[in-house]
Design a protein around this ligand. Structure first.
Ligand SMILES: Nc1nc2c(ncn2[C@@H]2O[C@H](COP(=O)(O)OP(=O)(O)OP(=O)(O)O)[C@@H](O)[C@H]2O)c(=O)[nH]1
Ligand SMILES: [Mg+2]
Length: 461
């Protein structure tokens, strides 16, 4: 059962735009609830004969009712229920950006009777008032968090209801089967006989679809969360040069002196639509230099926390025992790509020697950029992020767990069916699967789960 809509009488308010000094020219204070318009009228003075109509912008000033002092020159946008994001009365003050004026406006709004909104409370109200299903509400948070265009496109597909239709469609198909089965439990004699093989085929088909969605969700997760990729290797092999090549700017200092990089350096970038944080590390070697030793310690820590590792070696000097030792530092199970650098300096005919005996290998030149695309493709392929382009919808972690559990329930239902047990035994796990899919779209979800989901949103959304 969906939880009950919010209590009437409560009007919430928050700054809806980014709260950072100098971050934008406009800042918005948003109110939602039955008092929104009354509060707006108390604080906003619109000169002339401007009408307070829904969805019509007013120009004027925010004024402190205590002393009549003008706080900001602003626009005000009233949106009356139900034609608003929350389906409640909404009023937005579009103030000047920066921090001071907008905070003052928020204070006045709160003093006038609104309550500061919790994280995601506007979206939660939109959901509870039936404006959005849960997949669309979650897509809002994903849109805000998107770090690449592909991630934003996937969030947009979620906002458009792509995921709700996929999951809702599967749930409908299961509900149809449940109805057939339950009818036979109660009125077997009055109905035409049910063909169990057809029911099983349908359950099997839905289970297959769910498993596909679960498998694809790994890609979506990469798009949402991005990858942490550490570049490691011995001093002077070209790690900082590779960071600069991939981030297309002179991010790191490059010199011909071994031991140039002393500290971890991070660079956020997007490769083929996948957001990544690339870590340039201090070259690992035995040294008496205290600063360099500390840097090397950080390199080891970066290795431990990485989703993938690029182990760079000098292709001209060839793969060595020292490189092999470094390879052993890479934790088990972390995707590892061996990258032979400085291919431009390789004498002709030397291609076959000096390479590692095994493991995925690419050869590049961080100096000329040769082999860059092969490196990117190999890295993303190793991380299972090879075809994010083909992705239509993607489940988030919560949705994936529910979909996987629903698939398992269907499997159990199919086992029951295979044993030839009576219809009502089939329905037990089928109901579980239906409930799980309902929890994804929000048809069957508890208050506590909702709280958890919306508390991860930012305030003002
Ligand atoms: N010919 C050639 N030289 C390169 C290439 N990549 C890097 N170098 C040179 O190798 C030297 C070391 O490059 P860096 O990028 O500083 O190497 P690093 O691995 O970051 O070195 P440390 O920070 O000392 O561990 C510099 O002189 C670079 O110009 C390459 O692809 N070809
Ligand atoms: Mg370096």
């Amino acid at each position: 059962m969906p939880p009950s809509p919010p209590l009437p009488g409560d009007t919430i308010a928050a700054i809806a735009t980014a709260v950072a000094a100098g971050a934008g020219s406009v800042a918005i204070v948003r109110l939602s609830g039955p008092q929104a318009e009354a509060i707006g009228r108390r604080l906003f003075v619109a000169p002339g004969a401007q009408a307070w109509e829904s969805h019509r912008v007013l120009y004027g000033h925010v004024v402190d009712p205590a002393d009549g002092q003008r706080v900001d020159e602003a626009l005000l946008l009233p949106m009356r229920a139900p034609r608003s994001f929350t389906r409640e009365d909404v009023v937005e003050f579009h103030c000047h950006g920066g921090l001071v004026a907008v905070r003052r406006v928020l204070e006045l709004v709160l003093a006038a009777g609104a309550r500061l909104a919790g994280p995601g409370e506007f979206s939660q109200r939109a959901f509870l008032n039936g404006r959005l299903d849960l997949t669309r509400a979650e897509a809002i948070a994903e849109m805000i968090a998107a770090r690449s265009q592909r991630a934003a496109e996937l969030a947009m597909a979620g906002l458009d209801g792509g995921l709700q239709r996929r999951i809702g469609g599967l749930r409908e198909r299961l509900l149809d089967q449940l109805a057939e089965l339950e009818a036979r439990v109660d009125f077997e004699e009055d109905l035409p006989p049910l063909d169990g093989t057809l029911v099983r085929a349908e359950l099997e088909a839905v289970r297959g679809e769910l498993e596909r969605l679960v498998a694809e969700s790994r890609q979506g997760e990469l798009l949402r969360e991005g990858l942490r990729v550490a570049i490691v290797g011995r001093p002077n092999v070209g790690k900082s040069s590779l960071l600069n090549l991939l981030s297309r700017r002179e991010r790191a200092i490059v010199t011909d002196l071994p031991g140039t990089t002393r500290d971890l350096l991070e660079s956020d970038l997007v490769l083929d639509g996948v957001p990544l944080t690339l870590l340039d590390t201090a070259g690992i070697r035995a040294t008496d230099d205290r600063v360099e030793r500390l840097g090397i310690e950080r390199s080891r820590q970066a290795l431990a926390g990485a989703d993938a590792v690029l182990l760079l070696f000098d292709r001209v000097a060839g793969w060595s025992a020292a490189d092999e030792e470094l390879r052993e530092l890479v934790p088990e199970g972390v995707p590892l790509l061996l990258v032979g650098n400085k291919s431009d300096a390789l004498p002709p005919g030397a291609a076959a020697t000096g390479v590692p005996p095994d493991g995925p290998l690419v050869t590049i030149s961080a100096l000329t950029g040769a082999g860059r695309d092969d490196l990117v493709a190999a890295l993303l392929g190793l991380c299972g992020a090879g075809d994010v382009q083909g992705l239509q919808v993607a489940l988030n972690g919560r949705q994936r767990q529910l979909a996987a559990a629903a698939a398992t329930s269907l499997e159990r239902s199919l086992e029951t069916a295979a044993l030839g047990l009576p219809w009502d035994f089939w329905t037990i796990d089928l109901r579980g699967a239906i409930a799980g899919l309902g929890a994804i779209t929000g048809e069957e979800v508890s208050e506590a789960v909702l709280e958890r989901i919306f508390s991860r949103f930012c305030i003002g959304k």
